[in-house]
Design a protein around this ligand. Structure first.
Ligand code: ATP
Ligand code: MG
Length: 871
């Protein structure tokens, strides 16, 4: 069975059990400070488990793009070395939000595996949670145990401990006991030797977990306590690539059709074969795995970068490059060439891979090229280190410098050292690394206390589209302490007019005013698992009281103006440049807007002007906002709305329309395009290969900009003696200037000619050397010309010229080449000596050298002494 059909069959099966099929959430998470990447199917449903949002469907199924490279679930070091852990993988899942529980989950899982997929039940083992005697003090999961006993013989049920059978997403959040399903795909011969149950959870590559059924019933709080969730849920996750391995009768995920096209392409490019040597094969697995992670992430809008999620992606790509560099001998960028294969292979299920193929290719190629350069430079540095080293051990400090400053990977350092008979002080390196980690941890650490709950959050908590002020209660608050910002409070209100940061738009600022008149500044507003969190420095004296929540209106109006302008700009770019333009990020705030988009060349002045004119024409047209607040994703797209990749859309979406511009957007906008007043582009630049950035201003900022520009113009005019036509006046000045320059050049040439004749007459012959030292009124270039001209006309020449220019002294020395050779006279050495008279230094070549100094009074003394150097 092809992997595509395996995926489809899973979804269809649960659809037949009344589940609705939903799309994978983006792999990069934007609204959860505790998590950078989706690491399990349940992440996108966390708010349902916590009871923050009520789901539209209580049963759903999906395949979720996951990435396990950081935090609690980090498989990076295993990837490639084993055959069944990936960085990016698909997790098939079925979900019950307060609907069915253990019984259905267990029965359906079993039925699907053994009756639909027809896996031999004798190869399957299941596990149940045995309970724990730690602070959680949880008992054996007897309910699951009894259910499994009805299905499998007892000798295939395994009792698992907390590590294996109690699933937690992270340090906090929903969790619960689980039942895992493991499969034994060893040969009969092997099975006869060691029973499969002895190998479950023992890291055996052919006895692996394929499916985890989690029974969500607790929430882990910040203080480590467990609390019962308001309702019980089912969360299951099955590794898609592992399932393919089983159903396609393979012994490794990399032998399934999910990976073979990639591996074959790597074989072709590197002229090597898979299944050759351990190192070779590991490298091929690493590269075929990592290119998926990186490509999917770029398609989701997360480019490799220097910080946060982007840095994690960059490191994954670098790991792949490194394995290629060391084990497959690839010294040129090549990983980007796998992108078309991947897009073809997975594009049906994930269309973003096809629509963004070029971008993924470009970005990866560029990253590869730059990291390969780093590797080359690092190699040179490392060679020098070894050459200069007195012992055969390279210190941890030096290795760390190479790693930290030049990005040279430590395993490569240690490999090269070993090959050259050197060793690395690994302990020293670890110590340096730890020091650095401690430093950065200390700088970013944030600790959050538990929520103090005071009131309910209303169902429609955000009322900021219609109101900028509201009577509210504090629903909950907590204290957070960050090393960077110090102590802060996070406050959730019963309902709020404050817009939480999102969709590129910054969070609102404003105040909370108590009934007693106490004023608390709201410094920022953000969304966290669908809760709207207000950041304040202080807590009101009486948090239980009534409050007036008031948004800063000017700031909000300016932001709205920039947000609407961003939509118009998007439309303008697609009209002027073409529909290949896709939004790749935006930043909308009161002062300005920033818009990143895919386009492959720098925009011309003419294109920029067209874009500006397009937007300003829409502003002039007085187009009123048409807003659809509760429509569905499909309905909006049908009407021509533009949606963004990497954005998570819920059951109901909001569409913003200004004439022909229509986008799915949660941000705040002006009521009419004329409110924007004026749109002005202030910059166009490159962000990454294939991604351009436009910066622009509107409204009040645009007015200020125009005002300051016209002030500058006034100043120019007055400088031009109030010319009526300053452009013409400046052109005239420039012409005049050019003519004068030409005239001066001619005069100087004449002067030099005369001077040359004069000087020639003054040259004296001393000991067979034609010598002259003299102060002349020429600049450095003129002196050099003169000296070389004299040199062409005369042999055995030794000249010293001095001149004073702008209060500084300059000495120049010319010596004919034959004197340099025969008498070993050296202009460089002479000028260094003479330079002392003018308090300066200099140098050059044996036949010509100069010295500059700050003591012009010393010139005559220097000239007097020149003669002493004649040999
Ligand atoms: P393992 O012990 O094998 O690492 P896990 O306990 O970490 O698995 P879960 O967190 O329960 O796995 O995830 C659910 C399912 O997702 C697993 O049963 C497995 O099939 C799959 N899975 C987990 N991690 C990976 C990975 N890194 N690559 C591919 N599939 C994975
Ligand atoms: Mg794991």
């Amino acid at each position: 069975m092809k992997s595509q059909d395996i995926r489809k069959q899973f979804l269809e099966y649960f659809k037949s059990k009344s589940h609705s099929i939903v799309a994978s959430a983006p792999m990069v998470i934007k609204d959860d400070p505790t998590l950078m990447f989706t690491n399990a199917g349940m992440n996108q449903f966390k708010e349902y488990f916590l009871g923050n949002t009520v789901p539209k469907n209580s049963r759903v199924t999906d395949t979720q793009k996951c990435l396990r490279v950081s935090g609690k679930h980090n498989d990076l070091e295993e990837v490639g070395h084993d055959t069944y852990h990936h960085t990016m993988f698909e997790m098939l899942g079925n979900w019950s939000f307060g609907d069915y529980f253990k019984k259905e989950a267990i029965h359906w899982a079993w039925e699907l595996l053994t009756e639909v997929y027809k896996i031999n039940p004798e190869n399957l083992y299941v596990s149940v949670f045995e309970g724990s005697e730690d602070r959680d003090n949880l008992g054996l999961d007897t309910e699951a145990l009894e259910l499994w006993k009805e299905i499998v013989p007892e000798d295939r049920i395994i009792y698992g401990n907390k590590k294996d059978n109690f699933w937690e997403m992270g340090d906090q959040g929903p969790c619960g006991p689980c039942s895992e399903i493991h499969i034994d795909i060893r040969s009969d011969e092997e099975k006869a030797k060691v029973p499969g149950r002895d190998l479950v959870n023992m890291d055996h590559p052919l006895v692996v977990e394929i499916w985890n059924l989690v029974f969500m019933q607790y929430n882990r709080k910040a203080n480590g306590d467990l609390e019962e969730l308001p309702a019980k849920h089912i969360d299951t996750g099955m590794g898609f690539e592992r399932l393919c391995m089983v159903l396609q009768d393979k012994k490794s995920n990399y032998d399934t059709d999910v990976f073979t096209p990639l591996i074959q392409e790597i074989e072709k490019i590197t002229n090597s074969t898979y299944d050759k040597s351990d190192e070779n094969d590991i490298a091929m697995r690493v590269i075929s795995d990592h290119v998926r992670a990186v490509a999917f992430s770029i398609a989701d809008g997360q480019l490799p970068s220097n910080t946060g999620a982007g840095y994690v992606i960059r490191r994954i790509l670098r790991r792949a490059i490194r394995y290629g560099f060391t084990f497959l001998n690839t010294k040129e960028p090549f990983i980007h060439k796998l992108v078309p294969v991947l897009a073809k292979q997975m594009g049906n299920s994930f269309p973003e891979l096809q629509s963004q193929e070029k971008l993924m290719e470009n970005v990866i190629r560029e990253e590869e090229a730059s990291f390969l350069r780093t590797l080359e430079q690092g190699l040179v540095l490392l060679e020098n280190l070894m050459k200069d080293s007195e012992s055969k051990t390279i210190s941890g400090e030096k290795a760390f410098e190479l790693y930290d400053t030049f990005g040279f990977p430590i395993d490569l350092t240690s490999l090269i050292l070993r090959e050259n008979g050197f060793s690395l002080d690994e302990k020293g390196f670890e110590a340096e690394l730890k020091k650095q980690k401690d430093r950065s941890r200390a700088a970013t650490q944030v600790s959050a206390g538990d929520w103090v709950e005071l009131a309910e959050v209303e169902n429609e908590a955000f009322i900021g589209y219609d109101h900028l002020e509201a009577e509210v209660k504090i629903a909950r608050y907590r204290k957070v302490d960050s090393k960077k910002k110090g102590e802060m409070y996070q406050i959730v209100l019963s309902s709020t007019p404050f817009y939480p940061e999102g969709g590129g738009q910054v969070g609102d600022k404003g105040i909370l005013m108590s009934a007693e008149g106490e004023v608390i500044d709201v410094l920022d507003t953000k969304k966290e698992n669908n809760l709207i969190v207000h950041f304040t420095k202080d807590l009101p004296q009486n948090p239980q009281g009534d409050f007036q929540a008031i948004v800063n209106k000017t700031e909000r109006a300016n932001t709205a103006s920039n947000h609407t302008a961003t939509h118009l700009l998007h439309q303008a770019l697609r009209t002027v440049l073409g529909t290949h333009v896709e939004q790749k990020g935006s930043m909308v705030r009161g002062g300005y807007l920033r818009f990143d988009f895919s386009h492959f060349s720098k925009m011309t002045a003419e294109e920029l002007e067209k874009v500006e004119n397009f937007v300003n024409a829409r502003i002039k047209e007085n187009i009123a906002l048409e807003e659809q607040r509760n429509t569905t994703y499909d309905a909006a797209l049908e009407q021509g709305a533009i949606a963004l990749f990497g954005e998570k859309y819920g059951d109901s979406v909001r569409a913003i329309k200004f004439g022909d511009s229509m986008e799915l957007c949660g941000g705040t906008h002006v009521q009419n395009t004329s409110d924007i007043w004026y749109f002005k582009v202030t910059g166009e630049s490159a962000v990454a290969s294939g991604i351009r950035r436009i910066e622009a201003i509107t409204g009040e900022e645009a007015r200020k900009h125009l005002e300051s520009q016209s002030a500058v113009l006034e100043e120019i005019k007055s400088g031009l003696k109030n010319a009526k036509d300053p452009v013409k006046a400046i052109n005239n000045l420039q012409d005049e200037n050019a003519a004068l320059k030409k005239q001066i050049e001619g005069l100087l040439r004449d002067k030099a000619k005369n001077l040359k004749a004069e000087l020639k007459a003054e040259i004296k012959n001393i000991n067979g050397v034609n010598f002259l030292s003299k102060e002349v009124d020429l600049d450095a270039g003129g002196i050099k010309d003169l000296a070389f001209q004299l040199g062409d006309e005369m042999e055995d020449l030794y000249l010293i010229f001095g001149t004073e220019q702008n209060g500084k002294a300059l000495l120049s020395c010319y010596i004919s080449k034959n004197l340099v050779a025969e008498k070993e006279m050296n202009a460089g050495k002479i000028i260094r000596e003479l330079g002392k008279f003018i308090q300066g230094g200099g140098g050059g070549q044996p036949f010509f050298a100069t010295a500059g100094g700050k003591k012009p009074e010393g010139i005559s003394e220097a000239l007097k002494n020149a003669e002493t150097f004649i040999k």
